[in-house]
Every structure is written in structure tokens, then in C-alpha cells.
Unconditional design. Structure first.
Length: 85
């Protein structure tokens, strides 16, 4: 999740977390694999701009959304709604 966007998404009723904020809780999410594994174990949808992370999600059957740099909250919500359908 793009840092800072989770606050706006929470206001819209989503459970949203940035990797940065999860790290602050003490979770050891230093590497991409750790982030993907954490998302999988916690049944999360990874929202990313990173092609490697997106590819890892697709390869392992994880829910993931790939967006460009600094997408709007509206773009994120639109992509999440597409996953629901």
C-alpha cells in the first residue's frame, strides 16, 4: 500500500495498511518475499507499483493490484471493486 493512502481508505471503510506502518509494529518485512508472505498469511490484497511483487502475487495465486506511482484513492477503490466482481 502506498504510504498515507491507507488513512484515506480507512475513512472509506477499508482495512488498509502500509508496509511502513506494519514494520513499525515490529513485523520483519524487509524483503519482497516477506511482504508477499505476510499478505498471504493475513488474507490481504497487495496494492503495489512494483512489477516484481505483482508477478510474485500472480505466480502464487495471491490477490494483488498493480497501479502506477501515486495513484489516487479513487483509482485504488476502483481497482478493488473490480476484484470483488
Amino acid at each position: 500500500m502506498y504510504d498515507g493512502k491507507e488513512i484515506e481508505l480507512e475513512k472509506l471503510g477499508y482495512d488498509a495498511y502500509s508496509v511502513k506502518k506494519i514494520r513499525l509494529t515490529g513485523e520483519p518485512l524487509k524483503y519482497d518475499y516477506s511482504v508477499l508472505k505476510y499478505a498471504e498469511e493475513n488474507r490481504m490484497i497487495l496494492v503495489t507499483e512494483d512489477g516484481e511483487n505483482y508477478g510474485g502475487c500472480i505466480e502464487n495465486g495471491l490477490q494483488c493490484i498493480k497501479l502506477g506511482q501515486n495513484p489516487t484513492v479513487e483509482e485504488i477503490v476502483e481497482a478493488l471493486k473490480k476484484l470483488e466482481n
